[in-house]
Design a binder for this molecule. Sequence first.
Ligand code: ADP
Ligand code: MG
Length: 280
Amino acid sequence: MSGQLERIRGALIGLRMPRALEALEHILARLERGEITAVEAIDALLGEEYATREGRRIEVALRTAKLMPIKTLESFDFSFQPSLDRERIAALAQLDFVRRAEVVHFLGPPGTGKSHLATALGVAAVKAGRTVYRATLAELIEALSQAERSGRLPEKIRFYSRASLLIVDEIGYLPITRGGANLFFQLVNARYEKGAMILTSNRGFAEWGDVFGDPVVATALLDRLLHHAVVVQIEGASYRLRAHADLIPEHVRANAPIMPPPPPKRRGRPPKLKNGAADH
Ligand code: ADP
Ligand code: MG
């Protein structure tokens, strides 16, 4: 018995299963006292190790994918965004669109949860074992331009093409140069029908000519990005500003899609809000 126990310990060390090794004695004691069956003991031993490893894998993958701070569908308040079909988002979370290399567009004004939903789907994909990478369009184009300057563009495009899901956030906030639009087109073309994408934008597709500074490139981009695509339009109020709705002038509230950036933070104590709730 003690010889066998030593062999099990040696095997767990050799297999690099430190969490199982730690739990071994406790699980065996419970087995001997008849508190658990043999199958439950094996389940507990492997389960401990597996849970620890999965937790670590997911954390590393979320960090690598740039999905921190993490967002989930559970923490999304659908009642705040009635234009959004909860079932449709739940269906996306099944990740068939990733397998089929499709494109999901989240469109809507600032603060309506586009990045939240994109990140939450990315997190779901990481948990399901898929490789994910998230960046803003500006970050992506900056990285591609840098790679181009140092003669490593093909390598960089290969890097972004490897992820089974690429999330491109914040299309439309910053103007893109013609060169930048061209680099993004090369990436989209490389991924076309090979890898899934989620795009978020505050601008409608009709405005992409302006966004990308070139109607020809914009048309070519849309040609690929709308071919196998799901478009989710959110038409609600900003969640960021929900506690401050009474501070926003009427004419701005009425034109929600072009909300100005919030006023610069004042020094000293924050102003007291009528309903006492502050946004975080
Ligand atoms: P967008 O990308 O559309 O500008 P975000 O997804 O960044 O908006 O949302 C702004 C903030 O509000 C984030 O912290 C996000 O987690 C939160 N948020 C937005 N909508 C909701 C919602 N319906 N329920 C819970 N949190 C939300
Ligand atoms: Mg956003």
